[in-house]
Write a protein that binds this ligand. Structure first.
Ligand SMILES: Cc1cc2nc3c(=O)[nH]c(=O)nc-3n(C[C@H](O)[C@H](O)[C@H](O)COP(=O)(O)OP(=O)(O)OC[C@H]3O[C@@H](n4cnc5c(N)ncnc54)[C@H](O)[C@@H]3O)c2cc1C
Length: 281
């Protein structure tokens, strides 16, 4: 690829740019029967008051990004850890604030966190200002498709629990007419969007892995004094949002670069369903 782009290869590392992963999500929306959602706060006066309060006192609705509750579930037996992530938003609208529903609503942002599909990025020009090519290959394996079907069905089940009865109105989207595998596949294809977590294109790995770009010290294999320290180092995408793990990598790498001894290993207890191998819940 480099040679095709007019860049001489000085050190071959075939894993660079491969193994691209990302988190995808959809908005699963319901109308809200109670007048308590943020949908009523989108007019200029409300936004002005919220902004003023935040500027003056750093309090109120402007002091939060509103994704204050989240959750993780396992979609199938055999998984030790949850693979589906939820963020709850007390409003029904697009991520960028557009296309808010009329009336009150709420939604969860939801998607599987451990996709199997792998994409890649590469260059086609030696001009450093030229944009790279990026191919995500989203939802290209059968397991990824199944994970999305499970996500939609389980999310509907979660949101239809009786605890939400006094708030939950009609399902806005996907909509109760989206039921079969084919309908879900089509709906997801049309509505899914990136959660903006592209990562894993310079993965860390052991000596036997020809696609590993970095060793366990974040050093580029076969070169001296070159490290990569960012969200590209993960071999597989993290099982939650990316920012905190990336900061963790950076803190750890800073210690390595400074030659500091690693902190003692922490054995935090993690709950694992005792029958995870055979039960989904
Ligand atoms: C819209 C959006 C929402 C997100 N929301 C969340 C969230 O809610 N929670 C969460 O955990 N994660 C979230 N993320 C993901 C998270 O922000 C990223 O995963 C994380 O910042 C990745 O860190 P990084 O160091 O790999 O890359 P970046 O943070 O992108 O850092 C790359 C740095 O390199 C610099 N740079 C680029 N080119 C050059 C160059 N040629 N020379 C010098 N410097 C250069 C850039 O200016 C930048 O500072 C979100 C991302 C986006 C885009």
């Amino acid at each position: 690829m480099l040679e095709k782009a007019g860049v001489p290869v000085l050190h071959e590392l075939p894993g660079v740019g491969e193994n691209l992963q990302d988190h995808l999500e959809v908005y699963f929306q319901y109308y809200c029967k109670q007048p308590v959602s943020l949908n009523s706060k989108l007019d200029l006066i409300s936004k002005g008051l919220i902004g003023t309060r935040w500027i003056l006192f750093k309090t109120g609705l402007g002091a939060t990004n509103h994704f204050e509750s989240c959750g993780f579930i396992r979609s199938r037996a055999g998984l030790k850890w949850p693979n589906i992530q939820y963020h709850f938003l007390p409003a029904a609208m697009r991520y960028d604030g557009k296309a808010a529903v009329k009336g009150h609503g709420f939604q969860v942002h939801v998607g599987p966190n451990k996709p199997e599909s792998r994409g890649k990025l590469w260059i086609e020009s030696s001009d450093p200002a030229a944009k790279p090519r990026i191919l995500f290959n989203y939802i290209t394996t059968e397991q990824d498709k199944q994970d999305w079907r499970d996500t939609i069905r389980l999310t509907r089940e979660v949101l239809q629990q009786s605890a939400l009865d006094e708030y939950r109105g009609e399902e806005i989207q996907p909509g109760m007419d989206i039921q079969s595998d084919e309908q879900i596949d089509q709906w997801v294809k049309k509505n899914v969007e990136s959660a903006y977590h592209p990562s894993c294109t310079c993965k860390m790995g052991d000596d036997n892995d020809p696609m590993a770009v970095l060793n366990e010290q974040c050093q580029v294999r076969g070169l001296q004094n070159l490290r990569v320290v960012d969200s590209s180092v993960f071999p597989t995408i993290t099982n939650g949002n990316l920012n905190a793990p990336t900061i963790m990598v950076a803190e750890k790498a800073a210690d390595m670069i400074l030659g500091k001894a690693p902190l003692p290993k922490l054995d935090a207890p993690v709950w694992i369903h005792p029958e995870y191998a055979t039960k989904q819940r």
